[in-house]
Design a protein around this ligand. Structure first.
Ligand code: ZN
Length: 302
């Protein structure tokens, strides 16, 4: 009898960092440690979801799973009041449009499933355990193929259950960048069109192979500093975390600090120590999305 009681204790939380190319699955124990991880390469929705469910089967079939969260690539419906909550919306990703992640995982596992965007997941994790652990307000900006942001202020996620479309804010063109064709198909002057990894690649080739002294870095740092300035001046955030593939270039963060301080021009007493405290890279690295997904799963709906 005692053994059965122990077996039925729901002391594990599950979650998936659902990226466009990989679904990273994880199980967290009641002490907050990730005890098991499993990566599934994204193929068709059926194959991908089945592989993930098989990984979690030992915990949900023994009633040890208490909650389940997914931090997903978009566009996705994250409004808990919507009839299509948890469904991938129209996406160029073949076969994935209208995939109902919430129902697929919820019906298989028998626990409530909560979903949010990948950036809100990463932000949730960084605020719990990482670079924004002791602050009241923060943003997580991912700078990769595209640019997106999650913002937490006044005890809530900004724009929830929608999400900011921060990648498409306008920026002022850098003087050396007047002839570049934006990679955004909607805007000639938006952040994503001019400063994403896709934009850097279009100008100069693979960002991971570019030398530090390539002029594209100065142009990109200028745009990203403008983005930080907009975020900071609008919401007076305590921390702005810059993540995503482009930020793996080790020299980029310090260039952004230099540009940010220059652009602020002393306003609000902005100097390097303040800028370095304000703008940083993620502390949790690759696991931020997964940890965030699991934590979101345990959060109450609001
Ligand atoms: Zn745009």
């Amino acid at each position: 009898m005692i053994g059965e009681r122990v077996m039925s204790t729901r002391n594990f939380r599950g979650g998936i960092d659902a990226g466009g190319t990989t679904f990273k699955c994880g199980i967290m124990d009641d002490k907050g440690n990730i005890v098991q991880k499993f990566c599934v390469k994204v193929s068709t929705p059926d194959e991908t979801i089945s592989s993930c469910i098989n990984f979690f089967r030992p915990v949900f079939e023994t009633d040890r799973l208490s909650s389940f969260g997914i931090a997903s690539f978009g566009p996705i419906d994250i409004d808990p009041r919507s009839s299509t909550y948890g469904t991938i919306l129209q996406t160029p990703k073949p076969g994935w449009s209208l995939t109902d992640l919430k129902t697929a995982f919820g019906s298989a596992m028998g626990v409530p499933v909560r979903l949010d965007t990948d950036v809100n997941g990463a932000l949730r994790a960084e605020m719990a355990y990482g670079a924004a652990k002791h602050v009241d307000s923060a943003a997580y900006v991912t700078i990769g193929t595209g640019i997106g942001a999650g913002v937490f202020a006044n005890n809530q996620l900004l724009a929830h259950p929608h999400h900011p479309e921060f990648g498409h804010i306008p920026v002022n063109r850098h003087p050396l960048d007047s002839s570049f064709n934006s990679v955004c198909s909607y805007h000639e002057d938006c952040l994503e069109g001019l400063a994403s990894a896709t934009a850097v690649h279009a100008r100069a080739g693979d960002p991971s192979e570019l030398p530090q002294d390539h002029p594209v870095w100065d142009v990109t740092a200028d745009y990203l500093a403008q983005a930080c300035r907009s975020l900071f001046l609008t919401a007076r955030l305590n921390r702005i975390i810059l993540g995503g593939g482009l930020m793996l270039a080790p020299h980029l963060l310090s260039r952004i600090h230099v540009e940010f301080v220059r652009q602020m021009n002393g306003y609000l007493g902005m100097d390097y120590p303040i800028a370095e405290d304000l703008i940083c890279t993620p502390a949790l690295g690759d696991d931020a999305g997964l940890i965030g997904a699991i934590l979101l799963g345990g959060d109450a709906e609001h």
